[in-house]
Design a protein around this ligand. Structure first.
Ligand code: FAD
Length: 323
């Protein structure tokens, strides 16, 4: 059966996040001959609509309002529900981002429907699609099938491959005017922590440090390696608790979930709560002094050694390659 699928396009600082394109690709697998309608909520976001079409959306509906400039669950749920009422889709897809994790249960409860969250891959297509999602902090995966009724799922960033960008695709972009009222939160200003470079959740390379890094100063070589590889620095909770770095870098069950092409864990023991946030990385390299460290169980390449010797050697080797 063909489905009309609503996909939430997520924009941040004037640019669409990759997960929006991945969500469109996921929508295609369930839509059959149906239509992919992307939804853009914000203030001054209409100029991004075309890019969603280039990545596979058939149409885009924008809702622009000064109260949607910054995300609030009240504002975005009103905006999204208005588009839902207009479009009456058979399926909805969000990114499993901080925004998606907050908004999707709220929308699911408004629609009295179920939600398949944190999908990492889809087997099959159309009505027969099986949604694969990690459970027990990534120790196991379950396959979920939507029985009938509205299908609503969120996709984990960096897991589903976006369609190739096709700049020649065209589609309708319409705007919907919505009253945004009764906000319980008004965001007046967003003050960003000064994080260097690449966004950790979407980075293709992550260099993560743990308590073994021993100090904030100890993170400097990790940052240098990340810069050389165009990646981002992450951390274990052990390193954050010890005040070596900011909690915004924490990866794991109670931190960020990352799925880069390359994850280098330096001085991290490999607690289950940490692995919940990184074990789906494509290639894992572990550097640890302790040959019995748990992290080696999930590593594709293990280096038993002192990170303060190994990381500078890596930096030197990569610099040679760049020359
Ligand atoms: P440690 O376990 O102390 O390991 C340090 C490692 O560094 C050791 O293996 C040591 O051999 C190695 N090392 C030391 N010096 C060097 C050196 N010079 N060179 C190479 N290796 C060296 N943790 C998370 O990371 N993320 C989470 O989201 C998270 N959520 C949690 C939620 C709950 C409810 C609980 C209870 C815990 C959570 N934790 C989380 C904490 C988790 O259980 C571990 O305590 C934490 O991950 C340990 O951090 P670590 O590996 O850096 O430190």
């Amino acid at each position: 059966m063909s489905k009309k699928v609503l996909v939430l396009g997520e924009a941040r600082e004037g640019a669409l996040r990759n997960v929006s394109f991945e969500a469109i690709a996921a929508a295609k697998t369930v839509a059959g001959d149906g239509e992919i309608v992307a939804v853009l909520l914000g203030d001054g976001v209409a100029s991004l609509a075309e890019e969603l079409i280039h990545y596979g959306a058939d149409r885009v509906v924008t809702v622009e309002h000064p109260h949607l400039k910054h995300y609030t669950s009240d504002g975005y749920s009103q905006g999204f529900m208005s588009v839902y009422e207009q479009e009456k889709p058979e399926a909805i897809v969000f990114g499993h981002t901080a925004l998606g994790k907050d908004l999707s249960p709220k929308i699911a409860s408004k629609l009295s429907t179920g939600l398949i969250s944190d999908v990492t891959s889809i087997e099959g297509e159309g009505d027969g699609a099986l949604f694969i999602r990690p459970i027990y902090s990534g120790k196991a995966f379950e396959k979920v099938k939507n029985k009938d009724g509205l299908l609503f799922f969120t996709v984990r960033p960096n897991n589903i491959t976006a369609l190739e960008k096709d700049g020649s695709r065209t589609g309708n972009v319409t705007s919907l005017s919505v009253e945004i009222t009764n906000l319980r939160t008004i965001i007046k200003e967003v003050v960003r922590k000064s994080t260097e470079g690449v966004d950790l959740s979407e980075a293709k390379v992550v260099i993560a440090g743990g308590r073994g890094v021993k100090s904030a100063e100890g993170f400097k070589p990790l940052q240098e390696l990340a810069n050389l590889l165009g990646g981002a620095v992450g951390a274990s909770r052990g390193a954050c608790d010890a005040d070596y770095c900011d909690y915004s870098l924490q990866i794991g069950q109670t931190g960020k979930v990352v799925t880069p092409d390359l994850y280098i864990a330096a001085g991290i023991s490999g607690a289950i709560q940490h692995m919940a946030g990184m074990s789906n990385s494509k290639i894992i390299v572990a550097i640890n002094k302790d040959p019995e460290a748990n992290i080696f169980k999930v590593a594709d390449y293990g280096i038993v050694g002192d990170l303060f010797e190994v990381i500078p050697m890596m930096i030197e080797e990569i610099k040679q390659l760049h020359v």
